[in-house]
Ligand binder design. Structure first.
Ligand SMILES: C[S@@+](CC[C@H](N)C(=O)[O-])C[C@H]1O[C@@H](n2cnc3c(N)ncnc32)[C@H](O)[C@@H]1O
Length: 233
C-alpha cells in the first residue's frame, strides 16, 4: 500500500496518514479491535475488518492519490456508503469539506453498527455523517447541493449480489439524481463491487448498464466516472 502511495511522489500524500493519525483516537480503535478479535476470527470479511487502522488508513490515502485529491483546491465532497469513515477522514485532512451518508442503524448488523459508530467517532467524522438509505427509484433526501465530488466505494446500495441487483433503469435514476446534487462540472465517482456469478467476464454490469455508463461518462473496469456538464454561458 505504501509503495502505491509513494508512486505519486507527493510529500503531502505521504504525510497524510500521519496527519489523520494526529487527530484520531487510536486507543479507542485498538480497544475496538480487541473487542472484535473473536468476531473477526469467525468472519474475516465482516465489518470488524475495519478495526485494522494500519491497513485501512493507507488504503484510503491511496484512494486520495488515485483521485488526485491531494492536488486540488478544497472541494465539497460527499461519500455515499462511507461505512467507517476512513476516506472521509483522509479527504478532510487534505483540506476538503466532507460529508458522508450510510444506511441507518436499523438495517445494519450489530457488528456494523458498533464498528461504524466507534470508528466514525474515533476518526472525528461522526458529525459529518447522516443516516440515509439509498433505494431504487427514490431520490436522495439530501440538503447538500453544489457538491464538487460525490464518491461511492465498494458499492453495496445497488442490492449487490441480491437477486434484484440494480440494472440500467435503476442506475439511470440514481446517476440523474446524484448529478442534481453536483455543481456544473462536478464529478460522480463510483467504484462497483464485482459480481462475476451474475455478469460473467463483464464482472460489474450487464451489457445494457455498461452501455449506459459509457454514454454518460467513462468506465474503467468497475470504476465509473460521470462529469456533470458545465453550462455554456
Ligand atoms: C462494502 S462497504 C464499503 C464501505 C466504504 N465505502 C469502503 O469502501 O470502505 C458498503 C457500505 O455501504 C453501506 N450501504 C449498503 N447498502 C446501503 C444503502 N442501501 N444505502 C446506504 N448505504 C448502504 C454499508 O452500510 C457499508 O457501509
Amino acid at each position: 500500500m505504501w509503495a502505491r502511495i509513494y508512486q505519486y511522489r507527493s510529500l503531502k500524500l505521504s504525510a497524510l496518514a500521519r496527519r489523520v493519525g494526529a487527530n484520531t483516537d487510536l486507543k479507542r480503535i485498538h480497544r475496538l479491535g480487541r473487542e472484535m478479535e473473536e468476531i473477526l476470527r469467525r468472519d474475516p470479511a465482516c465489518a470488524a475488518k475495519y478495526t485494522d487502522y494500519t491497513f485501512w488508513m493507507p488504503f484510503n490515502v491511496a484512494r486520495i492519490g488515485r483521485l488526485s485529491l491531494h492536488k486540488t483546491p478544497p472541494l465539497r465532497v460527499l461519500d455515499i456508503g462511507c461505512g467507517p469513515g476512513y476516506f472521509l477522514a483522509a479527504a478532510r485532512a487534505c483540506g476538503h469539506e466532507c460529508y458522508g451518508i450510510d444506511a441507518p442503524p436499523s438495517i445494519l448488523s450489530d457488528v456494523e453498527k458498533r464498528v461504524y459508530s466507534e470508528l466514525l467517532g474515533a476518526l472525528g467524522c461522526d458529525a459529518q455523517v447522516s443516516p440515509l438509505l439509498i433505494e431504487r427509484y427514490v431520490a436522495m433526501n439530501l440538503p447538500l447541493r453544489d457538491l464538487d465530488l460525490i464518491t461511492a466505494f465498494w458499492i453495496c446500495f445497488n442490492r449487490h449480489c441480491q437477486p434484484d441487483e440494480w440494472g440500467v433503469a435503476e442506475w439511470r435514476f440514481f446517476v440523474t439524481d446524484a448529478l442534481s446534487h453536483l455543481r456544473d462540472g462536478g464529478t460522480l465517482h463510483l467504484e462497483l463491487n464485482a459480481n462475476p456469478d451474475r455478469y460473467g467476464p463483464r464482472q460489474w454490469y450487464d451489457d445494457e448498464t455498461l452501455e449506459f455508463f459509457r454514454s454518460v461518462g467513462t468506465v474503467e473496469g468497475g470504476i465509473v466516472r460521470v462529469r456533470k456538464p458545465k453550462i455554456q454561458p
